[in-house]
Design a protein around this ligand. Structure first.
Ligand SMILES: [Zn+2]
Length: 309
């Protein structure tokens, strides 16, 4: 098991992953106990408030955890049975996202899901007539997606078996996990059709919820190494040659007993109560307005195409 998070890689914040500025300052030391394993990278990890050292860019305000190294190795090892158990509500969420994708890129169209997990979004996309392909670094999750009959390639972009152009690319709750967000967006732009759309979702560190909860905000977790707000997310997109054409707040669905356990995680162990059994049957929509949804498209590709004709 890899053990490489929380140890200083170079003792400083390095240059900003969004704007490239060298002016990064430590705003929060690491709260990771000692060792970290792939378990902390599980999608359903509940150790809220536990992060590696966070540095803030003095130029653009982006927050990054540059001391977290070898993230990919942790993802490759990640197994998350809790995630498959919550597949029902997550499928509802995927349905909602695919409906939004369809508003910008009507099916039939080629769709790529980056960080495809067990293939929930691909499943919904295929039902709506998209030709859908995924890429997923976790061997465990990608194997489950393949067992479900989906074309999911184990690995990351660029990937030899992921060949564009794609009309729609989904990047849902992924960009906060990577140490080169602009590089990832450029790689995605390279496989997008000239008029393709990228649908992305990430936590908003400047949201009211994030401010209210401070260091205990549920998106402060070891697996999140980049913290965006609307401004820094747009900056990263622009640096990769993409421009936003739609901004909104996504809604998630959860089993009520799952939410119960998440809330209990904030209490001391002796005060935690087991969820009433009836909650397992309840699915609730939840919009805390603390994530951002962007739809972006390549800048100027239409113009370039026209000028070369
Ligand atoms: Zn910056």
């Amino acid at each position: 098991m890899t053990d490489s998070v929380g140890k200083p890689a170079h003792g400083g914040g390095g240059s900003c992953w969004v704007c490239g500025s060298a002016k990064t300052v430590l705003v929060r030391p690491s709260t990771i106990p000692e060792k970290i394993t792939a378990d902390a990278f599980a999608i359903t990890d509940a150790n809220y408030g536990v992060t590696a050292a966070i540095f803030r860019c003095e130029c653009c305000g982006f927050l990054q955890c540059p001391e977290t190294t070898d993230v990919l190795a942790l993802y490759e090892d990640m197994e998350d049975p809790g995630y498959t158990q919550t597949a029902g509500p997550r499928a509802l969420q995927a349905r909602r996202l695919v409906k939004l994708v369809g508003a910008f890129c009507p099916a039939p169209a080629r769709l790529l899901d980056v960080g495809a997990g067990i293939g929930l979004l691909l499943d919904e996309a295929e039902k709506r007539g998209f030709s859908a392909v995924g890429v997923e670094p976790s061997r465990w999750l990608s194997a489950r997606a393949q067992q479900g009959g989906h074309e999911v390639h184990c690995g990351v972009l660029p990937h030899k078996d992921i060949v564009g152009p794609f009309d729609a690319v989904c990047l849902i709750d992924v960009i906060e996990h990577v140490s080169d967000p602009v590089g990832l967006l450029r790689t995605i732009r390279d496989v997008m059709a000239p008029d393709g759309k990228l649908i992305m979702v990430t936590p908003d560190v400047k949201s009211v919820m994030a401010r209210l909860m401070g260091r205990n905000w549920w998106h402060f977790r070891a697996a999140h190494i980049g913290y965006f707000d609307r401004t820094t997310l747009e900056k990263a997109c622009r640096a990769a040659g993409l421009r936003p054409i739609h901004v909104s707040r996504p809604c998630w669905y959860f089993n009520a007993d799952y939410l119960w356990d998440r809330v209990m995680a904030y209490l001391p162990v002796r005060l935690r109560l087991k969820a009433p059994r009836m909650l397992a049957r309840l699915t609730v929509p939840l919009n805390l307005y603390d994530s951002i949804l962007f739809v972006v498209e390549p800048v100027g590709s239409g113009d370039e195409k026209r000028s070369t004709q």
